[in-house]
Design a protein around this ligand. Structure first.
Ligand SMILES: [Zn+2]
Length: 363
């Protein structure tokens, strides 16, 4: 009965007291951070010392000069190679948080084509509705010499015109766009590349760069005409070409015409067919070339033009020799990147390879 009376009397205060206790508990960190009340027993703060002793400047002594000899120069010989630098780009900001992992490119299985005897790059490209340059885009080995296109070899046919790029360490989308002269957005827009922000590229994957054209390899042979003395009597003779060219052989069957991936003409002729200087000039190269050309003759016509005769079986000239238009220079063959006896004939003007068919009357 007494307990009942107690609850009746004080029960209404119980929750109020409980709330106050709880509030004090929660506010404890704030209360404890409040500045403590000044301690009355602490020593009084000295405030008069700043003005009690005035600053004295000694004007009698000269200003101390800087003694360079006393400087410790040991820092200048500090061995930087011992610094714990992990790698050259260790200061490069991380592109993404380490937790980011993008999707890898997911190209469908590329279509493959086995080359038939008599195929041409232009013919194959036509069949698949791509431009011949895209054959280079999917098959980098062809950018060295389109003559490598031979029967029974297998080509990758890309689904769209462009270049299939092997991603290497350091590649970025911006670099690829600049290298192939295309827009970054075009690379992103090609869905199988699987690119998502922040567009990270992964080594050992392949990115298809739509609209890109792979650069073709061009070998510039060294001028070795001065290295051999056999024809010193004629090497200083100034012979300049006419600037017009005769057909360099007796055969006229063109097996590969001029196009971006083959900036020359191939003439199908029997091994041992005589070859003639297309114009007058000086032989600057007549030797085995480390490149696909194999046995190669180069004549510099000293008017900006050079002519190239490749895959030969034998030479009839040496470097340094002066030749006149129509002179016998060698015999055709089947050496180097060649899949049948033929002459590979180039006309270059200031290093640019021209279409021999446009500069001769043999095609
Ligand atoms: Zn060729």
């Amino acid at each position: 009965m007494a307990e009942h009376t107690f609850r009746q009397r004080y029960g209404r205060y119980f929750w109020a007291i409980a709330l106050i206790v709880l509030a004090l508990f929660l506010l404890r960190p704030i209360i404890s951070s409040l500045p403590a009340a000044p301690d009355e027993t602490a020593a009084p703060v000295e405030t008069a010392t700043a003005t009690s002793t005035p600053l004295v400047v000694n004007t009698a002594e000269p200003s101390p000069y800087f003694d360079y000899d006393a400087v410790d120069t040991s820092l200048q010989t500090f061995d930087l190679s011992n610094l714990p630098v992990r790698r050259d780009d260790s200061l490069r900001p991380a592109m993404n948080p380490s937790t980011f992992r993008g999707k890898l490119p997911q190209h469908e299985e590329f279509q493959r084509y086995t080359v038939l005897s008599g195929d041409t790059p232009i013919g194959i490209a036509d069949r698949f509705g791509i431009i011949p340059e895209t054959l280079l885009g999917g098959n980098p080995q062809l950018s060295e010499e389109a003559g490598l296109l031979f029967a029974d070899s297998e080509l990758i046919i890309l689904p769209i015109d462009g270049v299939l790029h092997d991603v290497q360490y350091g590649d970025t989308l911006e670099n690829l766009a600049a290298k192939y002269n295309v827009a970054v957005d075009d690379i992103i827009a090609y869905q199988p590349n699987n690119l998502e922000f922040p567009y990270r590229l992964y080594e050992d994957t392949q990115i298809l760069v739509p609209g890109a054209v792979r650069e073709v390899f061009k070998w510039d042979p060294p001028d070795v005409s001065a290295a051999q003395g056999n024809y010193q009597n004629t090497s200083n003779q100034l012979v300049v070409g006419y600037g017009s060219f005769i057909w360099p052989t007796t055969g006229y069957r063109i097996t590969q015409t001029y196009w971006y991936g083959h900036q020359a003409v191939d003439v199908g002729i029997e091994t041992g067919t005589p070859l003639y200087a297309a114009d007058s000039g000086k032989v600057t190269f007549a030797a085995w070339s480390p490149y696909c050309y194999a046995n190669l003759i180069v004549i510099n016509h000293r008017n900006g033009f050079e002519t190239f005769y490749a895959h030969l079986s034998s030479f009839n000239v040496v470097p340094g020799q002066v030749v006149f238009q129509g002179n016998l220079i060698g015999y055709s063959g089947n050496t180097g990147c060649s899949t049948g006896p033929h002459l590979h004939f180039e006309i270059r003007r200031n290093g640019t390879r021209l279409d021999p068919c446009a500069w001769t009357n043999g095609c």
